[in-house]
Design a protein around this ligand. Structure first.
Ligand code: PLP
Length: 388
């Protein structure tokens, strides 16, 4: 489906961005171009802006009522239209954000000290959340033998055979943009079921799957494979609402529905009210905006390798099929384990250091492509100047 762009994703204004007060725009001095956080620089969808402005004008800033706001129904409608995934709204709970959901579910579904498998390199808070709840990280590297990441299904099986209790899956994958295939997910579901484990499937980037790939929600797999799975997701990456604090945990099997019912009773009070309102607007009214964003990002992904080849020929990049993140292999540049430190000091551009994503990330950086092509050119230009 070809999406005609009516919104101007090219019209971001750096002076206005520098007035933002989120971490991205305030962590570094003003001469640094920030490209480290997974955040969009674009203006919000107007359907979301309207709802938020109206709530503020009306002093509607109290506690959230996710069920009264029909958050679960809004997500279920979106999931069915996008992925043909029939979600029972009764099997959805609101959580303050995806990582809080992960923490609480690990506490509930695994024993203290239990091994939790993650496929690395991966989103850095996967390491810290497992430590925070007193569980143990079992790192299993993504396979890229044929220069395409794949899930290390056999190694995951071996980890469960040695006693791991949970798999914390990142699909689509941050930082590589890898979208797991149905067969891989089915195999994982069987493994986890056979070893009596659980799958927490973080699908926060799923709405940002590009057209060439299809996202398969873990809980949409046949019942046996999804028996031990809970999907965690939110509108916050795709529609850029991270500061508003609203995520969702979705179950399928009776056992996992029961787990969701056993989450701490006050959890839904800790969800952000504006986050709920904005997420409902996103899921019900802002799909056209999402499709225009995906079309813009797809074009950026087609254009970006040429820019790299011209300005940073030593850097290796394999375009993924989702997210707005670029995982850049800088090992040939001779900058050591932490090229991000060099690019920051010499180029005044802040990238996410690859080693934060696990030891396999040494020598890599993650660049955020969720911005205009002119700001991406600026970031890459600063990286190139750091090498001069
Ligand atoms: C894979 C993944 N999970 C979770 C998050 C954070 O989500 P939340 O703010 O809802 O905890 C991010 C943010 O970039 C992410 O990339």
């Amino acid at each position: 489906m070809k999406v005609e762009l009516s919104l101007n994703f090219d019209s971001v204004d750096l002076v206005a961005l520098r007035r933002r007060r989120s971490e991205k725009w305030t962590r570094h001095p003003a001469d640094v171009l920030p490209a480290f956080v997974a955040e969009l620089d674009f203006a919000p969808a107007h359907e979301i802006g309207e709802v938020l402005v109206d709530a503020i004008a009306n002093g509607d800033l109290g506690y959230a009522n996710p069920s009264g706001s029909r958050l679960a129904e809004a997500f279920a409608g979106f999931a069915e239209r996008r992925w043909d995934w029939r979600v029972d709204p009764e099997a959805v709970v609101a959580v303050p954000d995806v990582m809080v959901g992960v923490a609480e579910l690990l506490r509930l579904l695994t024993k203290p000290g239990a091994g939790v498998v993650i496929t690395t390199p991966v989103y850095p808070p996967f390491f810290s959340v497992i430590a925070e709840v007193g569980r143990r990280v079992i790192e299993v590297p993504l396979l890229d033998g044929d220069r395409r990441e794949r899930l290390p299904v056999q190694q995951i099986e071996a980890a469960f055979a040695e006693g791991a209790e949970a798999l914390l899956l990142c699909n689509p994958h941050n930082p590589t943009g890898y979208v797991a295939g149905r067969e891989e997910l089915l195999a994982l579901g069987e493994i986890v079921d056979r070893h009596d484990g659980v799958v927490l499937s973080d699908e926060i980037h799923a709405p940002l799957t590009l057209e060439a790939a299809s996202h398969v929600p873990f809980c949409a797999l046949p019942a046996a494979a999804a028996e031990a799975a809970i999907t965690l997701t939110s509108a916050t990456k795709a529609w850029n609402l991270a500061g508003l604090k609203c995520g969702l945990a979705v179950a399928r099997s009776p056992r996992m529905r029961e787990a969701l019912r056993s989450l701490p009773v006050d959890l839904h009070d800790r969800v952000g009210h504006l986050g709920v309102l904005a997420s409902v607007a996103a899921f019900t009214r802002a799909e056209p905006w999402l499709d225009e964003l995906r079309a813009y990002l797809a074009e950026t992904r087609r254009w970006f390798p040429g820019l790299l080849a011209e300005r940073l020929p030593g850097v290796v990049f394999h375009p993924g099929q989702a997210t707005y993140l670029a995982w850049l292999d800088c090992r040939a540049l001779g900058l050591g384990a932490d090229p991000a430190a060099h690019f920051l000091t010499k180029g005044r551009v802040a990238l996410a250091p690859g080693s934060d994503f696990g030891t396999l990330g040494r020598g890599f950086v993650r660049l955020n492509l969720g911005t205009t092509r002119s700001l991406i050119e600026e970031a890459v230009g600063r990286m190139a100047s750091a090498l001069a």
